[in-house]
Design a protein around this ligand. Structure first.
Ligand code: GLU
Length: 282
């Protein structure tokens, strides 16, 4: 298969140098291999996505010299696909409804009978399992993966992926123990959006035939969730390349709100695309 990479920004703020790094690495890798670079707009969070940010993304990426085939995949148009995948996982008996809010989860973890200190996974604190065996009402419930049941379902099947990034280079294996204790019961459908980043990204990478996912090191741990979902949904696992994060002068990673590092700001100040490449070490 032709090497296919993608850049998958969320239109919830300006692209900054970290985004430029992901996008250019993915673009350069595809071009060097005679492959394809695709763009995808990750706009499932309709409360935060804005058309003006999406327009700015296209503008900044074109300015950087990137091109991609049209039409661009947009997650907001794929809700039916996400629902179908949820039904598939539900049919395996691996989903449950959860009505806990953040405060409920904190209270459950702080309760003396829970004992151990809170553990953290890719999505924050590991869910203590309060709703797992309860039949919560449909309305206003999130859908969580029963990760313990999912591990039993997979049996002896070994989960693994190839990582080509500089930090964790090589084959990575994921044990059932790790899934249960350092990933936990993750939300696959948020009550406000009917899906989640993890579910959508896995389905979209498969639908777009992505062979190589290039993204920031902050998503390395989340890849365990993605490989688990790929296995449960019978989807191929791409090769992953998690690059080092671009940091500000104080060593802090850049966030959407770091407007000072926005590509648009550098453009307005007269920087060229070559200057941007130089700034991020390309
Ligand atoms: N939409 C995600 C972000 O902007 C992309 C994550 C990914 O590349 O998998 O952080």
């Amino acid at each position: 298969m032709n090497l296919t990479t993608r850049f998958a920004p969320s239109p919830t703020g300006p692209l900054h140098l970290g985004h430029a790094y992901s996008a250019l690495l993915a673009y350069d890798m595809a071009k060097a291999a005679g492959g394809q670079f695709l763009l995808r707009i990750e706009d499932i969070d309709q409360s935060r996505a804005r058309p003006e940010w999406e327009a700015q993304i296209y503008d900044d990426l074109h300015w950087l010299g990137l091109e991609w085939p049209e039409p661009v995949m947009r997650q907001s148009g794929r809700m039916a696909v996400y629902q179908q995948a949820l039904a598939q996982i539900k049919a395996k008996g691996l989903l449950y409804r959860c009505t806990c809010n953040r405060r409920d989860i904190e209270a459950a973890i702080a309760a003396p009978q829970e004992g151990a200190p809170a553990a953290y996974g890719p999505d924050g604190v590991i869910y203590p399992g309060t709703c797992r065996k309860l039949d919560r009402p449909d309305k206003d419930a999130a859908l969580r993966l029963d990760t313990g049941e999912a591990s039993l379902y997979l049996g002896a099947l070994e989960l693994s992926f190839i990582e080509t990034g500089p930090v964790h280079t090589g084959q990575q294996t994921i044990t059932p123990h790790e899934l249960i204790h350092s990933v936990g019961d993750i939300v696959l459908a948020r009550r406000d959006m009917g899906t989640s980043y993890h579910l959508s990204v896995v389905l979209d990478d498969a639908a777009q035939g992505i062979t190589d996912v290039i993204r920031g090191e902050d998503l390395f741990e989340a890849t365990k969730i993605h490989v688990l979902l790929q296995t449960l949904l019978d989807l191929p696992t791409p090769t992953y390349h998690h690059h080092a994060l671009i940091r500000d002068d104080a060593g802090k990673r850049l966030a959407k709100r770091d407007d000072a590092r926005a590509i648009a700001k550098y453009r307005a100040d007269g920087a060229t695309p070559a200057d941007i490449r130089k700034m991020i070490g390309l």
